[in-house]
Design a protein around this ligand. Structure first.
Ligand code: BDR
Ligand code: CA
Length: 304
């Protein structure tokens, strides 16, 4: 079992990723850390607590960054994709639990030092918390077991802008710092996540036999599929971005990689663009191919 911290901006695909991780025996989900992104950080914390309670998985939630490193939001929240509440307008009642005391970056530093070379960090929102942790305690860089990031679009166009993917556009400085840090990192970008589409048909099983949890996941995911259909008519499903990062942490054979240095454009209209190059250091593993069908079956077999 790999001990895992998930850094999330809980949105719909974050919620699906949390469910996938919580239900996978290969991973020991020990905590969530939250960041602004799809919604505000306070909403990300609230949604994370809500999702964990629905799953019956009582792990602590540490709240993190409200804003990017630069101090001002670089892009609007993604309520058009994730709903007003970030959960496809399925949020009903306040969760009973509360956030933990420590700030996200402090928690990451403490946990990595307590379990050197062991921790996997699955980061599926803007990279602000990780960048802050690395900036404050650079000695943790070689002590982090592995970072799996959902973010970037190295070989394909962006989604937040023609150039950039949402998590990187939201805080390009943070992504640039993390990618250049030398931490062991796998990048799960739109290059592969736009090939892992979940269709409405796949939600039938959740509705039929998944009980209350399955019904809720299906309702939320249907909203997300609707948002994808509105944006990309005829696409036939929603991108399982954040769940694929969890899939890669479970079983790297779902994807194949190219080792590249990835620079991030931090200024101008291309801010957030991820530029891969086979020359220069440090290099990270950029996922370039995915066995989409095998991953989808695995994801569906685990969540409900
Ligand atoms: C990423 O952006 C967010 O909207 C999703 O949760 C995912 O992490 C996809 O570009
Ligand atoms: Ca996310």
């Amino acid at each position: 079992m790999k001990p895992v911290i998930m850094d999330v901006d809980t949105g719909i695909d974050d919620a699906l990723a949390i469910a996938y991780a919580a239900r996978s025996p290969e991973l020991e989900l020990i905590a969530l850390t939250t960041c602004f992104g799809n919604i505000s950080v306070q909403e990300a914390t609230r949604n994370s607590l809500y999702v964990l309670e629905k799953l019956g998985k009582p792990v602590p939630v540490y709240e993190g960054a409200k804003l990017p490193i630069s101090g001002s939001l670089k892009k609007a929240y993604a309520r058009h994709i994730h709903g007003q509440d970030g959960l496809g307008n399925t949020f009903r009642e306040e969760p009973q639990g509360h956030k933990a005391e420590l700030a996200a970056a402090e928690y990451i530093i403490r946990q990595v030092k307590e379990r050197p070379h062991e921790m996997t960090i699955i980061a599926v929102g803007p990279l602000t918390n990780l960048a802050l942790a690395i900036e404050k305690a650079p000695d943790i860089i070689p002590l982090i077991g592995e970072v799996v990031v959902m973010g970037g679009a190295v070989t394909v166009p962006g989604n937040a802008t023609p150039h950039g993917e949402a998590n990187i556009v939201a805080d390009p400085e943070a992504a640039a710092a993390v990618f250049a840090s030398g931490v062991r990192l796998t990048l799960v970008g739109l290059d592969v996540t736009m090939q892992t589409l979940l269709s409405s048909g796949s939600l039938q099983k959740w509705r039929r036999s998944g009980g209350e949890l399955g019904g809720w996941l299906a309702e939320m995911t249907e909203f997300y599929i609707g948002a994808y259909e509105a944006r990309f008519p005829g696409i036939g499903g929603c991108g399982l971005h954040d769940p694929l990062a969890v899939g890669v942490a479970i079983d790297r054979s779902f994807v194949s990689f190219d080792r590249m240095r990835v620079a991030v454009v931090t200024e101008g209209e291309a801010a957030g663009q991820t530029v891969g190059s086979v020359e220069g250091e440090p290099r990270i593993e950029v996922c370039t191919k995915v066995d989409a069908e095998r991953f989808l079956q695995h994801f569906l077999s685990r969540v409900i």
